[in-house]
Design a binder for this molecule. Sequence first.
Ligand SMILES: Nc1nc2c(ncn2[C@@H]2O[C@H](COP(=O)(O)OP(=O)(O)O)[C@@H](O)[C@H]2O)c(=O)[nH]1
Ligand SMILES: [Mg+2]
Length: 218
Amino acid sequence: MKIKVMKKILEHGEKTAEELRELLKSKGILYLNLMSSPGSGKTTIIERTVSSLPEFKFGVIEGDIQTTLDAERMATLGVKTYQINTGPFGGDCHLEAPWVATGIHEMNVDGLDILFVENIGNLVCPAEFDIGAHYNTVVLSVTEGEDKPLKYPLAFRVSQVVIVSKIDLLPHLDVSLNKIEENIKKVNPSIKIIPLSAKTGEGFDRWLDFLRKSRNFQ
Ligand SMILES: Nc1nc2c(ncn2[C@@H]2O[C@H](COP(=O)(O)OP(=O)(O)O)[C@@H](O)[C@H]2O)c(=O)[nH]1
Ligand SMILES: [Mg+2]
């Protein structure tokens, strides 16, 4: 009986994810799911992206267990923002498609060009749930070490893009960017790897080019 209920919930989530993927595509809105450990730079990347592409209208759904701190950072930039806090509902460490769907309907995404979901910060649970994004994007900062793609492979396996962030810090670390890329490729040979710094802007153009191209749904 219990198994039956679980299956129903999962099926509901998968169906909603498919519907969201189609709905946003039909509206011409590029929809990305950003997943990473806490502090790898997701919010900073979104901030720099928004400032770098003034020709696009952005929306952001912020997933956090507690607080609206990231949503406040987005609101400061004039970005349409919706907050999902899981704390009051048991503190889930991921977002699910039906919750994101509620956010998408309540915030009214019409007229947006790009919608980001900043998933709840951890490299494990968010990867287990399809929220219907056109691109799952995992952010791995160089400070996390070379071995993380091997230790937490699912996030890299279900993503189409990986941002290797904070490359401005490489001179201060005993970490090889080549080794990080090698380990990412071991887990997912076809993933697109974009090393960048949201602080200095190094490598950021490749990310912006990727967004511009993907926004055309070619
Ligand atoms: N040196 C450096 N620090 C960064 C970079 N991107 C973000 N940070 C810092 O890392 C911390 C966490 O960033 P944040 O965007 O809040 O990470 P999030 O938890 O993934 O959203 C903040 O103190 C940022 O200023 C970067 O490219 N280089
Ligand atoms: Mg954040």
